[in-house]
Design a protein around this ligand. Structure first.
Ligand SMILES: Cc1cc2nc3c(=O)[nH]c(=O)nc-3n(C[C@H](O)[C@H](O)[C@H](O)COP(=O)(O)OP(=O)(O)OC[C@H]3O[C@@H](n4cnc5c(N)ncnc54)[C@H](O)[C@@H]3O)c2cc1C
Length: 469
């Protein structure tokens, strides 16, 4: 009996990788791509897998870097995107950068000539027809308005965002807790909290005034014309709030009320920056209300003047962009299916991952899940200790929605070690048999996380192969 094909909407990084993985398992795939019949605001060509901005896939160091590790895992999972990237590499130090035209041409060629893949150039302008029983929606941050509207109607008004408003996210272990302290405002426990959920960083009046001056003077990124007017939903960038009045922040995200500094010898803070837990592992905290268009270098410089954050390590910096993405932790199951309509699976940036590599990796997983399902198997995601597993886990449930009532907190994020469960075993000793310290310890920890990830990925590959045989 001839099996129905799996339909993929969107021939970007995620859609092409998904199609490749499906065809590699002997299942037919149809890719529906709207370009060149209908354009997006950022794509310039009709090639599949067009890179809309930078030509970099970021660090290729799979021993010490989370995205480098993701590259290596994808290579081991027979990724088309990584194969095309490796074949079109241009010199870029430790980064993997590509000739964008050569890269897109290689992916387009591989997809168009694969006998199990058909490419149809058409916009899917609403929910797919009922007889498409397995669909991967991989339409990216610039999903066409008609499809976005249909998804929004299906999932509920707040479930699909059209902008990201990202506040910086900081690694918990880089925050100085001899200055900062844990407390919820007025010690309120809220529905899901404990009363001591937030990390609070205190500022004196002098520090606050200097901070406001720095925000106003800081170098900002301009909005692209196509991003339109971005100030929405009360998500004003902090520097815009600072420009509106010197006290505005003190009565907004930096209000000091209901908080008491427990450290001995301290006085009442004039302003407080609050950080909220961002993942279930409690390894990442976001700066509440600190969405910003300050340039990245400026964010690091200015935010490190906040007491307690002098040595903050940022898992991601703030931003505000046009971006269509789902509230995935609420809406998707563990294999990326929409809970209310499981024939629809989501992949790529629309799931709330961020970046070329992450989008392709989520496409890779979606393709494997869909192909296994077509063959009557249920493929479990890889362990959360792998880069793929950490990413899927973050998207589909590892993220904390809110500790107390407030705006939804799920925002797009690159892969980073803060998404991985901590390494519990002892790290190796130095050449003198002593425990490692400082940067050497940090490097050893990253190396250990990478080795654990690759070991666990190999186990998953082996188990998946056995299940398919
Ligand atoms: C302006 C901009 C710049 C970015 N710069 C970078 C960067 O420098 N580095 C980085 O790592 N990430 C960047 N990103 C983020 C992101 O990683 C990329 O957008 C990435 O391409 C996402 O992959 P994707 O497969 O999810 O979506 P895409 O690669 O965008 O693919 C989606 C495809 O779906 C098609 N499509 C949309 N709607 C429909 C429809 N209804 N029917 C049929 N086809 C449809 C589109 O034409 C497109 O080809 C950027 C994003 C934007 C918007």
């Amino acid at each position: 009996m001839k099996m129905n094909p799996i339909h993929i909407i969107g021939g970007g990084l995620a859609g092409c990788e998904a199609a490749w993985q499906i065809a590699s398992r002997g299942v037919r795939a149809i890719v529906h791509e709207m370009r060149p019949l209908r354009a997006t605001a950022a794509h310039k060509t009709e090639s599949l897998a067009e890179l809309v901005c930078s030509n970099s896939f970021r660090s290729d160091d799979h021993e010490h870097n989370a995205v480098g590790l993701l590259h290596e895992e994808m290579r081991r999972l027979n990724s088309l995107i990584m194969r095309a990237a490796d074949a079109n590499q241009v010199p870029a130090g430790g980064a993997l950068a590509v000739d964008r035209d050569g890269f897109a041409a290689a992916v387009t060629e591989a997809i168009s000539t694969n006998p199990l893949i058909e490419v149809q150039r058409q916009e899917i302008a609403g929910l797919p027809p009922d007889d498409w029983d397995s669909v991967i929606v991989a339409t990216g941050p610039l999903t066409s308005p008609a499809l976005a509207q249909a998804i929004s109607t299906l999932t509920g008004e707040d479930a699909l965002a059209f902008f990201d408003a990202i506040a910086p996210i900081i690694h918990r272990d880089s925050i100085d807790m001899s200055v900062a302290w844990f407390q919820s405002r007025y010690d309120k426990a809220g529905p899901g909290g404990s009363g001591v959920d937030y990390i609070n960083c205190p500022l004196t009046r002098v520090q606050y005034e200097a901070f406001v001056d720095a925000l106003i003077a800081g170098d900002k990124t301009a909005f692209h014309e196509w991003e339109g007017t971005p100030y929405f939903d009360g998500c004003l960038p902090i520097e815009v709030m600072a420009e509106r009045g010197r006290e505005t922040l003190r009565h907004g995200p930096m209000k000091p009320f209901g908080l008491t500094n427990p450290h001995p010898g301290t006085s009442k803070a004039y302003a407080v920056v609050q950080l909220r837990q961002d993942n279930k592992l409690a390894s990442l905290f976001n700066m509440v209300g600190f969405q910003t268009k300050l340039k990245h270098g400026e964010q690091t410089r200015i935010f490190r003047t906040i007491p307690g954050l002098e040595r903050a390590e940022f898992a991601r910096l703030g931003g505000l962009h046009r971006n269509t993405f789902l509230n995935s932790p609420k809406l998707l199951d563990a294999t990326l299916r929409l809970k209310v309509m499981p024939r629809l699976r989501f992949a790529g940036q629309i799931t709330g991952c961020e970046g070329y590599v992450e989008s392709a990796a989520v496409g890779l997983m979606a393709g494997r899940f869909a192909a296994a399902e077509r063959g009557g198997e249920m493929l479990a995601p890889p362990a959360p200790t792998t880069a793929h597993g950490a990413l899927i886990n973050h998207i589909t449930g590892g993220h904390i929605e809110t500790i107390d009532a407030g705006p939804r907190s799920y925002q797009p994020m690159n892969v980073n070690f803060g998404l991985f469960p901590p390494f519990e075993r002892a790290l190796p000793l130095d050449e003198n048999g002593k425990r490692l310290r400082g940067p050497a310890k940090a490097l050893a920890r990253k190396r250990a996380l990478c080795h654990r990830a690759l070991d666990d990925l190999e186990q998953w590959i082996g188990a998946a192969r056995m299940a398919a045989e």
